[in-house]
Design a protein around this ligand. Structure first.
Ligand code: SER
Length: 908
């Protein structure tokens, strides 16, 4: 990122020393290490692992569970939660090399790529992180030593910046790291306070390390920011306010490509080894096609292709496919820009996939295995998108060329909105591509004209869609009358499969479709509906949010655009709906992990049902059931609480069935035959004439339409986590099985371990220690009450404040805040009896008490006195004639405030 302000400060601080630096340049070039990209990654990871950091692989470019971001755009993104709750972070010190994208959304470098030496859409960010593991001083030392000792970068070519108010960092750089004052630049929050765009998230002051490229002093690019060390101390809430984080954390980011350009002595990131490997591939392709020689614009186009190939390959390998919205549209724009850059070099056919071997080589040593493992998919998607665009690119470019030649437009040198729209709508030119081409010729684009036309088209198209949509109820009646029914294919077939759309309905809130074959399980028999997505042939993915049965033998899917989707479907871009027409084929993909979790808990439910009958030795009836992917809930008829012994026997019975590794058998039988065969039926279900039986030989046989595991071994281990009553005569058990149970047990152990640690004990010794603690606590309590009895009747520790109102003595006593209310009451009682001539007011923290002897002062009411005080100071309370107590709001000096209330009116 360009930092004109900082870089000009840096230049000022450096003025006068240029001679020296020029003299030294040659020497420095020879001195510091020259490393390949592969070696840089290795050295970085090795250094931090030696410093006890846990090495973690890069996370996906698609942020997990984070609706605020389109892409992972910094190394800290996967750790957002850890900054908020460092106690639960699995590792305190972490080192990563994170894949990042800055295209689309707040951080968008797309337009600059290829034209500057530093901008990329895709780049690698190397970072070390601490979640309460070390201080900012430590990270400064670690970073500086890595640069100057491991990479041997000369110190005189490095400068640092700090936040102007961050004295600690300034002093540390100066006094401990030995940097002279002119090498430490103080900047304001604009430069040295890092946060995630303008939005919500962890943030804090930072210190940055710059490299002197020794280019012309006036060039603001002379100073290259290489490492940003952020001290995460705050959380910026959505309303913009800052909240202190529970524990200060550290986030750092070192641009891999920038560092490589320094170490490899290159002027531009595009000249480093990894990019050269790709541009050599481009040169080869040009040679093979006998294309023209190098020009200035051809090197820009090569840079664009190299950058965009990396970005699109990584995006596709992380599951993004080209589409017309969100992440998919960013990918589409990137590929289309690359295709057009190729066209500039003279390529007329798809060429990106031919560069794939170069891409693999450029990344070296399989550091990102996904690029090899998903090679076929990535190439397929790339080639398909290239072909689609090449079909229209030529015509679009001709259209543009005509405009450039047309004297009507050349006066203003502005591409009219209608042409930009025609290019977008008919020839698939993303608007930013049209703008780029215009800019190359010194032209502009009538953007507002374009947007107006685009919105008009969307409105018209939306209206057409809306006119198709009717109420769901009416739509289902229509489908039923057309006899639309699907086959549920998901008992066995959960691999992605092609299905045909039989019906569709769109309202502002919901988009519902029905398919001929449906692998998605719909909510039923207590089991939750499947999750997953469908993908239309144009690549658009739709998340399946619900699967339900609108009428018998029908299954409907409620869907919405995947990813950064719009909430209001009425605003949906009609282009996206292109692939969802009745009769279109879509790919249906069930989330198999989620399904497996539900299947485990469904089979566990059957075994639990059988175990209850066995252990309780009576016919308990199922009264309700819920099967989710991470737990089960089972209600059954039984009048008494289960004993611990019974619970353990039930668990043991189910675990035995699991460990016996029994293959499940599924049969279909007429209902009566099924019941005659001893299969258990639940009276809360409605059964058809032919029913499905799930048989776990020797353990359980039940009528059931749900999905199950193939073998009981998948449900091991099984654990009941709660047992209680739901209604008279009905009990409820909650249980967890399989992998979820392993996770749950681990978490229980971790909690227990943490508690034991908190008591400076170990899990094994804790029980013993706890009973000792309880005993010790009892004895302490006895001692406390013994001494507080004495203290309650002792002379005042703090001198009371004495006031006289209408000849009545009033005393304000200040009680030590460590004493509780019970003590204050005792003390009040003592004061009232020992000094009956005085009205006593006792305060401790926010507590206040008023007491007096009613025989001595029959006309004064303690409750009223208290009310009068509370009326002046705020707070709540009340009481009787002799004794009243209340709570005051937070006051800086309680005694003074109460004293100021003691005026005549207080006694009324
Ligand atoms: N989060 C900081 C950045 O992106 C440091 O990694 O610059």
């Amino acid at each position: 990122m360009r930092r004109p302000f900082i870089t000009s400060l840096l230049s000022v601080s450096f003025r006068g020393r240029d001679k020296l630096s020029t003299l030294k340049t040659e020497q420095c070039r020879r001195l510091f290490k020259n490393l390949s990209s592969v070696e840089i990654r290795e050295k970085f990871l090795e250094y931090f692992v030696k410093q006890e950091h846990q090495k973690l692989p890069s996370s996906s470019l698609i942020p997990h569970n984070d609706k605020t971001l389109l892409f992972t755009n910094a190394g800290m993104v996967p750790f957002k939660e850890n900054f908020l709750k460092p106690d639960t972070a699995p590792f305190k010190k972490v080192v990563t090399i994170q894949k990042c994208m800055r295209a689309g959304g707040k951080h968008n470098d797309l337009d600059n790529v290829g034209h500057t030496p530093r901008h990329h859409t895709f780049f690698e960010m190397m970072g070390c992180f601490s979640f309460g593991g070390y201080t900012k001083e430590t990270v400064i030392r670690l970073a500086w030593n890595f640069l100057t000792k491991v990479l041997e970068l000369p110190e005189n070519r490095l400068r640092v910046s700090v936040l102007e108010t961050d004295e600690k960092s300034y002093n540390f750089w100066k006094n401990e790291m030995g940097l002279s004052a002119e090498k430490i630049i103080r900047c304001d929050e604009k430069d040295n306070f890092w946060s995630m765009g303008d939005g919500e998230g962890p943030c804090g002051p930072c210190t940055e390390i710059f490299w002197d490229t020794q280019r012309d002093t006036d060039d603001e690019d002379r100073w290259l920011e290489i490492w940003n060390l952020v001290f995460m101390e705050y959380y910026r809430k959505s309303d913009g306010t800052l909240e202190k984080l529970p524990t200060p954390c550290i986030d750092t980011g070192l641009g891999m490509e920038r560092l490589a350009s320094v170490l490899q002595r290159k002027e531009s990131n595009f000249e480093i080894d990894s990019f050269v490997t790709i541009s050599e591939g481009i040169n080869e392709l040009m040679k093979k096609s006998l294309l023209q020689e190098e020009t200035a614009s051809s090197s820009i186009n090569k840079n664009i292709i190299a950058d965009h190939l990396r970005a699109s390959a990584f995006l596709i390998s992380d599951g993004v496919v080209p589409s017309n919205i969100g992440r998919g549209y960013v990918l589409r724009r990137i590929i289309r820009r690359a295709v057009r850059a190729g066209r500039q070099l003279g390529f007329r056919d798809p060429f990106l996939t031919q560069l794939y071997p170069n891409l693999i080589d450029s990344l070296g040593s399989g550091f990102y295995p996904e690029i090899r493992e998903r090679e076929n998919t990535v190439k397929l998607v790339l080639e398909q998108e290239e072909k689609i665009f090449l079909n229209t690119l030529e015509k679009g470019l001709n259209l543009l060329e005509n405009v450039f030649q047309n004297t009507t437009y050349s006066n203003t040198m502005r591409i009219p909105g209608e042409i930009a729209f025609q290019l977008y709508d008919t020839h698939g030119f993303p608007i930013d591509l049209t703008e780029l081409i215009a800019k190359e010729r010194g032209w502009s684009v009538d953007l507002s004209g374009f947007i107006e036309l685009q919105q008009e088209q969307k409105k018209a198209s939306r209206n057409t869609w809306k006119s198709l949509g009717i109420s769901e109820k009416a739509r289902f009646t229509e489908w039923r009358s057309q006899n639309i029914t699907p086959t549920f294919t998901g008992y066995n077939l959960i691999d992605p499969q092609d299905c045909k759309i039989l019906g569709i309905n769109l309202s502002d809130k919901d988009l519902v479709i029905t398919l001929d074959n449906c692998p998605f399980y719909g909510l039923g028999g207590g089991q939750v509906a499947d999750k997953g997505y469908i993908q239309s042939t144009d690549g658009q993915r739709w998340e399946v949010t619900d699967v339900f049965q609108p009428y018998e033998k029908a299954l409907a899917l409620r869907i919405r655009p995947e990813g950064n989707g719009c909430q209001d479907l009425g605003e949906l871009d009609p282009d996206m709906l292109e692939g969802l027409k009745v009769g279109s084929v879509v790919k249906a993909v069930v989330d198999t992990d989620y399904r497996e979790g539900a299947a485990i808990h469904h089979t566990a439910t059957h075994l639990l049902n059988a175990a209850l009958k066995n252990v309780l030795k009576k016919e308990v009836m199922q009264a309700g059931s819920l099967v989710e992917n991470g737990r089960l809930r089972f209600d059954f008829t039984h009048g008494k609480q289960l004993s611990q012994d019974q619970i353990e026997q039930i668990e043991e019975w189910v675990n035995q069935a699991a460990l016996s590794a029994i293959a499940l058998e599924t049969k279909e039988l007429p209902l009566q035959d099924a019941i005659d065969s001893g299969a258990v039926a639940s009276f809360t279900e409605k059964y058809s004439e032919v029913v499905r039986i799930i048989d776990i030989p020797n353990f359980s046989k039940e009528l059931c339409g749900g999905t199950h595991v193939r073998n009981t071994k998948s449900i091991y281990p099984f654990k009941i986590v709660s047992e209680g009553s739901v209604a008279a005569g009905t009990r409820r058990i909650e249980a967890i099985a399989g992998q979820s149970c392993v996770g749950w047990l681990r978490e229980q152990y971790n909690v227990f371990n943490r508690i034991a640690k908190g008591f400076k004990s170990t899990p094994a010794a804790f029980e013993n220690q706890l009973s000792k603690l309880v005993e010790h606590n009892k004895s302490l309590q006895k001692q406390v009450s013994f001494y507080s009895e004495k203290q309650a009747i002792a002379p005042d520790q703090n001198e009371p404040i004495i006031e006289t109102l209408q000849d009545i003595t009033m005393k304000i006593h200040q009680i030590d805040p460590d004493f509780d209310n019970q003590f204050i009451a005792k003390r009040a009682n003592f004061l009232k009896t020992s000094e009956p001539d005085t009205v006593h007011i006792l305060t401790s923290n926010n507590n206040i008490m008023v007491t007096l002897d009613k025989s001595r002062y029959p006309k004064i009411h303690a409750g009223k006195v208290l009310q009068n005080i509370l009326q002046k100071l705020g707070g709540k309370g009340g009481g009787q004639k002799e004794m009243a107590q209340g709570r005051l709001p937070n006051l800086t000096n309680v005694v003074d405030e109460v004293k100021s209330c003691l005026q005549e009116d207080i006694l009324q």
